[in-house]
Design a protein around this ligand. Structure first.
Ligand code: 13P
Length: 260
């Protein structure tokens, strides 16, 4: 079991009013008497980048700090370059300047819809680390790959290709999210046993790459709901979750945080 983390990936949802309301509701949920949030668990919110400033202000104004709670911010993607003539891109340094601590890298939606390849993903991981951001590197197989018995080999290849530029002293900053493509947004989560098997394999692969695998966070994403969260997070190698749809509802997201 590594460090524990629950991260909210809002994807392309929300606006300023939604942000204000969600953060107010989430604060109420997380600070109500008996909310029982374990303070060993880090919680991060990754809104669309245009909403980062609203999110940051909302968190600063909230009473979370009074209750000893910190919610971290993150971006859902960033550029493979550090600075320059790259219209429409956002750099890791800009994300850090906005107060971000995390960045999702290599989400399957970006791999599939935006044609992101392993080389770009590896460069983005390096950009994160150079700017002090923690990359949440997403890996996971498609349904076809699972049915062909290639889930482990696909994940191994993705890890090997994305982590080529990590220095030995940077491993602790890296978070891995196992997100089986077939479980994302489908309502069908991987079973706790299947997810645990891949998470174990991820740790073995990380160790083979020279990483302190037991101390790193390996989290699960793909249709996590309050009803399934507890069983998933009870597995010895599942350190938390990357939550899509359920993170857009304060009640559901807070329940998932508590389940960790
Ligand atoms: P869902 O929780 O909506 O399945 O999304 C998971 C995900 O892609 C998080 O990055």
């Amino acid at each position: 079991m590594g460090r524990r983390l629950i991260a909210a990936n809002w994807k392309m949802h929300g606006n300023r009013e939604f942000t204000r309301r969600l953060l107010a509701d989430l604060t109420a949920e997380l600070t109500r008497p008996g909310a029982c949030l374990d303070n060993g668990v880090e919680v991060a919110i990754m809104p669309p980048s245009l909403l980062l400033a609203d999110c940051r202000r909302g968190l600063e104004k909230s009473s979370l700090a009074l209750h000893g709670l910190t919610l971290f911010l993150g971006v859902q993607n960033l550029a493979r370059w550090s600075e320059g003539a790259y219209t429409g891109e956002i750099s890791a340094a800009m994300a850090a300047d906005q107060g971000c601590r995390f960045a999702i890298i290599g989400h399957s939606e970006r791999r599939q819809l935006m044609g992101e390849d392993d080389q770009a993903i590896s460069e983005k991981v390096a950009q994160c680390l150079a700017s002090g951001l923690k990359p949440i590197l997403c890996v996971g197989e498609t349904l076809q790959e699972r049915e062909d018995g290639q889930a482990f080999s696909r994940v191994t290849a993705q890890l090997q290709q994305a982590l080529t530029q990590v220095n030995p002293d940077q491993w602790q900053q890296v978070v891995i999210a196992y997100e089986p493509v077939w479980a994302i947004g489908t309502g069908v989560s991987a079973s706790a046993e299947d997810a645990q098997a891949v998470h174990r394999h991820i740790r073995v692969t990380l160790a083979a790459l020279g990483a302190p695998a037991q101390e790193m966070a390996v989290i699960y994403g793909g249709s996590v709901k309050p009803e399934t969260a507890k069983q998933l997070f009870a597995q010895p190698d599942i350190d938390g979750g990357l939550i899509g749809g359920a993170s857009l509802d304060a009640n559901s997201f807070a329940s998932i945080c508590r389940a960790c």
